[in-house]
Design a protein around this ligand. Structure first.
Ligand SMILES: Cc1cc2nc3c(=O)[nH]c(=O)nc-3n(C[C@H](O)[C@H](O)[C@H](O)COP(=O)(O)O)c2cc1C
Length: 359
């Protein structure tokens, strides 16, 4: 993959700026505090549903990290099954793997190592001997701090075929399938998203939960007002209305309405199954797709409203030929957008048994 297009920059600092790890020096990845901080710092730059950052990391030893679901951060109304949580943690896991590669180690991931006793333990990640990272891995890694969810209008330019093929390959490399959704099918999908958005927004409990996770620029989690984006003038794009949960004051301060691209370019991400393991896989694939898009200067936003409404019985046999949709992604060329904050790394980290050497 070669990098194309400009990388959008942003002006808004995060609570804890994410620093790019240094290249390999032979030291095991989690041997020092600085190493742990860099690697987990990369992981937590991942996207998450409502920026809930529903993850915890536990350092086991110099070469082993555990990834846990932080169930206190589960969106009980929007995401009762933990699907969005699993995808978010999968995205963080992909960043962690990539950051480990930058140290010259490879990672061995054991998903859900103990589902009976510890269902919140989503993965054990072990650093094992590996070669130096290749150019593609470096490029994707360099994109971690530049990736954003962009809810602003895109300019309508079509994605070149080569770019789209790179995105398809990115999903495939993580065991998922990405398909372009075009024309009338795209319109039908957007209609479905609009119905889901309307259904959710009519629920008091949904709005109350949304209100708890939106609007404050002072917090290090949740979706701040500056990231809401403008309202589509003609209602043409059913972006999640983050203002629908909130106080009137947020609604009133929201940017003007804007014209969005008339023919949005959508992609759907599928996995063969629809359980916790698949959500983890979907998250890793999603993040690989998003970082690949960023490397091409392509902006993205997501629609997950129809998936929030998916009944539990959807699991199992009801999949279509490509499996289960795990995310709808809108792609295109958009303006630079500010970064959304993250909690400080050490809030999501247990240094565990043997304290990492100070470094
Ligand atoms: C599982 C999942 C579901 C998401 N659903 C939506 C959505 O429906 N609408 C939306 O605008 N953004 C959605 N997002 C994007 C998050 O809101 C975003 O990642 C978060 O606010 C952090 O911002 P960032 O991606 O710019 O770092 C979703 C992200 C994930 C991982």
């Amino acid at each position: 993959m070669t990098r194309t297009g400009a990388i959008p920059e942003s002006g808004v600092p995060s609570a804890e700026p994410y620093a790019v790890p240094q290249s390999a020096d032979g030291e095991k990845p989690f041997a020092t505090r600085a190493g742990v901080r860099r690697l987990v710092g990369a992981a937590v730059a991942a996207p998450s549903v409502h920026n809930s950052q529903p993850w915890r990391f536990r350092r086991v030893d110099d070469a082993t990290m555990e990834l846990y679901a932080d169930l206190d951060r589960l969106l009980a109304v929007t995401d009762p099954l933990g699907r969005g949580l699993g995808i978010s943690c999968g995205a963080a896991l992909f960043n962690l793997r990539l950051a480990i590669r930058m140290t010259g180690y490879d990672s061995q991931v054991l998903p859900l190592p103990d589902p009976g006793e510890r269902p919140d333990l989503l993965a054990t990640v072990r650093a094992i001997a590996g070669g130096p990272p290749d150019q593609d891995e470096r490029l994707l890694h360099d994109m971690i701090p530049h990736r954003r969810t962009n809810r602003f209008p895109f300019d309508g330019r079509p994605l070149p075929r080569k770019v789209f093929l790179d995105l398809v390959s990115a999903a495939h490399a993580e065991g998922a399938t990405l398909v372009l959704v075009k024309g009338r099918t795209a319109r039908r999908v957007l209609d479905m998203v609009a119905v889901a958005e309307g259904t959710l927004a009519a629920e008091d409990a949904y709005r109350a939960e949304l209100a708890r996770w939106t609007g404050s620029d002072a917090r290090s989690d949740g979706v701040p007002e500056h990231a809401f984006g403008p309202r589509p003038r003609h209602g043409e794009l059913p972006l999640r209305d983050f203002a629908s949960g909130g106080a009137q004051v947020v609604r009133d301060r929201r940017p003007e309405q804007a014209d969005f691209e008339p023919d949005p370019q959508l992609a759907a991400l599928f996995t063969t199954g629809d359980g916790p393991r698949d959500w983890l896989r979907a998250g890793q694939a999603l993040q690989r797709v998003l970082l690949t898009a960023t490397a091409h200067g392509v902006a993205a936003s997501m629609f997950s409203q129809p998936l929030d409404l998916r009944p539990p019985q959807h699991r199992g046999d009801h999949a279509g030929p490509l499996g289960h949709v795990q995310m709808l992604i809108r792609l295109g060329y958009g303006p630079p957008v500010p970064r959304v904050p993250r909690r400080p790394v050490f809030e999501a980290l247990d240094l565990a048994t043997r304290e990492a050497r100070r470094g």
